[in-house]
Design a protein. Structure first.
Lengths: 483, 483
């Protein structure tokens, strides 16, 4: 699995070959491959964190946590495939006496084939070489070719070396995993006939360009992109009256976390008009230190984004300054404030993601004003409501459910638990599909259903045989049956 | 729901409004709407069949069966949503003691919003106004705007009238269902911001053009298209030796069924070289009467398709004649035969769907030759193998699984059972997604996941409340729990 010496077509050919072996491997075998990768990363965490910190400035504590999250994710997928529901096995026995006669029909989800994964800048472990896209694709038996992010090439190479070594030692087929670098290799991957799906985490322009390539192929393939998210937060009048200090502190901590480079950073905060909340957030933010950003390019772009907001008439700088040299000094927090009316007048300038420790407070006057401006907010990964116990927020929550994949109550969106129920995805441009990239159900992105009609028992996938010796949940003649 | 007097923007606005009511309706309410539609169609079946027969020439027996299939389909989806698994409810209780603390997270699938459905020419009931796309979208709470097929406009209007009337009488919201006509209205629908997904059954060029529109929107939407399928059939040497007469009769019945206008028509039949099977198929086909095709345009196109095959060097006409006036006399069966080598030389001319009662026999010499030519066959809805009991066909079946969504054994693909396990979809160009358009799991096309984090019990969807008073299957803290 040395990738440096092979051409792209050799890599995809090897992946196509490996796809057959991986599809035929048992769930237990693939679970062992994932666990081996997790073990290798854990065993080398200190070295990996050191390389990552040098390349991304994210700091050892955060990066150490991210390694644990990444290996926990690999182990979650090992459990998911062992449990077996992910195969969605359905058996309908035949009924020759029906009109028309009904055949025996058995459906299962099969791996799609080789998958291309584009690493993110901001999560060098959890959304990168051995991150969620890679883990969920390998879990279901899809070979993976990762496109390294230019922001952490050395880390990508070292991680890939560990992944490849662990897979080889665990008996996985050659060609199951590879790493490539460079923009050209990335676009070639998306267009390669051997590649059957793409996972991507990154910017809207970059992601959309690759999405367009994937969908304009002679044979379009699914493109699972996570592109951009404003993560609106709504604070009700009652909540603000009851706990404005706590809310200001929580918001300040969340929008500055990791230098504001989280895809779930709260970028828009809707607050009742005519309160002193902006000053409270300003006070809570002002002592946050400037932070080095992921890359020089990202740090250079930050002040430009700030200037774009500041230039809009009706937008005030409530804390910090737009005159900063984030590349030299680190990125300092900036809080903007404006009115819902201003956002409604200039939606294209104000409803845009600014990567970095900044957020926009938007004052609304009443539920109707709030609903009108929320209707302009593009699809997001998360939407949050801060309300008081028992407050009537049904229609607000319904509206937020329509624009995000995760709706939070009285919390902050920057944490993303890796669980069965997680949904990390939302209406475009948050993501380009109806799926999640985090959590157990992420595997469904890399599977396709196949039904077998009147198949001899011996030819059937073990999950579809009459005896259910795998002991997995199945639907049989319309009834869900647990093992 | 009178559609004639409303503009497209009025229809989509009404659908957007109805989406809220439909999303809030209970599964039992939506099941009642589907059942009301089924009852209305059944009660008016004789009239509908008469209109349909006049417009499509498909004949009363076939059309009567198709009405029953269509109403059975509506009732299946009513049962599917009542059972409740389709919500994929997942509950992970919080763990404040975990590192980091784990929130309470509950995920459910929600309706996407208004859906556009393009009717098919060849199934005026089952893949049309009240067909599978409409039924599965309504089932999960998505309003539907159907684009009528020009081949059966009167039937579409009468069906739509019955559907709208039944929905209204059953208490469904205004705007839940509408019908539009004309190519211009169709392309406008796919580009309308209110439309959140598209269902389509039709040709490769037409479907691809609409797919390209859907994916090039500012906010791309899922396009569930069923475009074209060759439905390869492989007959092993042993099967042919054992029962060539039965196979010839079965094939002749299947490829001529409904004038060869089924999307699952066996269009490619791989047979061992050097047998008399072509003559047997010719004999079994020669007495099949010419059949009137769906539309004049389709009938005019049929001889053109035949000529394209006949013009390829190495292709023989084994039965029938390409010199026919299908529009005037009905479409007569034609059987072509050729070799795997010829197909490998001219794949783009021979691996193309010809709508009508014709099929291509392809002689192969050994497993390797067969595998090489199968590797060139584009994605299909079905793939079939005829083998003898106990014959080793594992690698053949694996290859067929890769190119089709349904793999049949010792049968013919033209029947499509409407069941929980059905998979009617396959690699492009068979379909443009990883889903089925027939069977219980078709509903997943029109749903998106939303997770609620630390939500108050009262605000949660009933399916996510602690008590499970809906009595549906759920996954709780990683374990699947039946009611």
């Amino acid at each position: 699995m040395s990738t440096a010496t092979l051409s792209l077509s050799e890599l995809t050919a090897a992946a196509t070959n490996a796809a057959k072996t991986a599809a035929a491997a048992s769930d237990a075998e693939r679970a062992a491959w994932l666990t081996a990768v997790a073990d290798a990363l854990d065993a080398n965490a200190a070295e990996l964190v050191e390389i990552a910190d040098a390349e991304t400035n994210l700091g050892a504590p955060r990066l150490t946590g991210e390694v644990a999250r990444t290996t926990g994710q690999l182990r979650l997928f090992a459990r998911v495939i062992t449990e077996g529901s992910y195969l969605e096995a359905i058996i309908d026995h035949g009924d020759p006496g029906a009109t028309p006669p009904r055949p025996d029909l058995r459906r299962i989800l099969r791996p799609l084939g080789p998958v291309a994964v584009f690493s993110a800048s901001n999560f060098p472990f959890a959304f990168s070489v051995a991150g969620g896209d890679t883990a969920s694709a390998l879990a279901v038996g899809c070979p993976v070719i990762v496109k390294a992010h230019s922001g952490h090439v050395k880390l990508s190479e070292r991680t890939a070396e560990l992944v490849a070594g662990a897979l080889r030692a665990a008996g996985a087929p050659e060609g199951l995993f590879a790493l490539v670098s460079g923009r050209e290799a990335g676009t070639a991957l998306v267009q390669d006939p051997a590649i059957k799906a793409v996972g991507f985490t990154g910017s809207i322009p970059g992601g959309r360009a690759l999405f367009d390539l994937a969908t304009s192929r002679p044979d379009p393939i699914p493109f699972y992109g996570e592109l951009g998210s404003l993560n609106p937060v709504v604070i009700t009048e009652a909540a603000l009256a009851a706990r404005s200090g706590e809310l200001a502190a929580g918001l300040a901590a969340s929008f500055t976390l990791g230098a504001g480079q989280f895809c779930t950073k709260p970028g828009l905060v809707f607050i009742p008009a005519g309160t002193g909340f902006a000053a409270e957030v300003a006070a809570a933010s002002k002592d946050k230190p400037g932070a080095r950003m992921l890359t020089h390019r990202i740090a250079e772009a930050y002040p430009g984004g700030l200037h774009q907001f500041a230039a809009v008439p009706g937008v005030k700088v409530a804390a910090g300054t737009v005159e900063q040299d984030a590349a030299a000094d680190g990125a300092a927090p900036v809080v903007f404030s404006t009115s819902a009316a201003t956002v409604l007048e200039r939606p294209s300038e104000l409803l845009e993601e600014c990567f970095g420790p900044t957020t926009l407070l938007i004052e609304y006057t009443g539920a109707e004003d709030l609903a009108a401006v929320l209707a302009k907010v593009p699809g997001s990964l998360t939407a949050t409501v801060h309300a008081q116990p028992g407050e009537e927020v049904t229609s607000l929550v319904e509206q937020l459910s329509g624009l995000a994949g995760r709706v939070l109550f009285d919390g902050w969106p920057t944490g993303v638990a890796v669980t069965w129920s997680q949904q990390h995805g939302g209406p475009y441009p948050a993501t380009t599909s109806l799926f999640t990239s985090v959590g157990a159900t992420a595997v469904r992105r890399f599977q396709r259903p196949v039904a077998y009609q009147d198949a001899p028992e011996a030819i059937l996938h073990p999950a579809l045989r009459e005896s259910n010796h795998l002991g997995i949940p199945r639907r049989v003649d319309g009834e869900l049956v647990l093992p």
